[in-house]
Design a protein around this ligand. Structure first.
Ligand code: 4NP
Length: 153
C-alpha cells in the first residue's frame, strides 16, 4: 500500500483537488487497493471553520468529470509523518510549515508535487489567482508524473 498525503495552505483548493485527481487516476488503472490518498493543510484556519472543498474547486472537478466526496479541511499532524509514505506539497513555502509540524524529514518523504516532473516549480494558489484551470492542469501533470515514478508507465 502506497500512502500519499497532499498538502497545501488551506486544504480547500489545491490539495483536495489533487487528492481526487490522483484517486481517479488510480481507480482508472485498477490500482485502488494499492493506494491510500488523503489531503491536509499547513494552516488550521479552515479546520477551525469546519470548511469543506471550496466551491470553485468543486466546480472545476465536476467540469473535468473527476468524482469527489466531501472533504473537511484538517491540519497536518505529527502522526501523519509516520502514517504516510509521500507528503506532497504544492509550493516551496509549504515545506517549512510542514517541517515545523512534523519535525525533521528524516525518511525523505516530503516533496513538492512537481518535483516528480522535469519542470519542478510551485503550483499557484487559485484562492489568490482565481485561475482554477491552470492549477487543475498542473495538478494533473504532477499526479501523472508521480504515478509513473511510483508504479511505472
Ligand atoms: P489552498 O488555497 O491552499 O489551495 O487550499 C487556500 C484556501 C484558503 C486560504 C488560503 C489558501 N485561506 O486563506 O483561507
Amino acid at each position: 500500500m502506497i500512502k500519499v498525503l497532499f498538502v497545501c495552505l488551506g486544504n480547500i483548493c489545491r490539495s483536495p483537488m489533487a487528492e481526487f485527481i490522483l484517486k481517479d487516476m488510480v481507480n482508472k488503472k485498477g490500482l485502488n487497493d494499492e493506494f491510500y490518498i488523503d489531503s491536509a493543510a499547513t494552516s488550521n484556519w479552515n479546520e477551525l471553520d469546519g470548511a469543506g472543498i471550496y466551491g470553485d474547486a468543486k466546480k472545476m472537478l465536476r467540469e473535468m468529470n473527476i468524482p469527489f466526496t466531501e472533504h473537511l479541511s484538517r491540519q497536518i499532524s505529527k502522526e501523519d509523518y509516520d502514517k504516510f509514505d509521500y507528503i506532497l506539497a504544492m509550493e516551496e513555502k509549504n515545506i517549512p510549515d510542514i517541517i515545523r509540524i512534523v519535525g525533521e524529514d528524516k525518511d525523505n518523504k516530503v516533496f513538492k508535487l512537481l518535483d516528480f516532473t522535469s519542470n519542478t516549480r510551485d503550483i499557484a494558489d487559485p484562492w489568490y489567482t482565481g485561475d482554477f484551470i491552470t492549477t487543475y492542469y498542473d495538478l494533473v501533470y504532477g499526479c501523472e508524473e508521480f504515478l509513473k515514478k511510483v508504479v511505472g508507465e
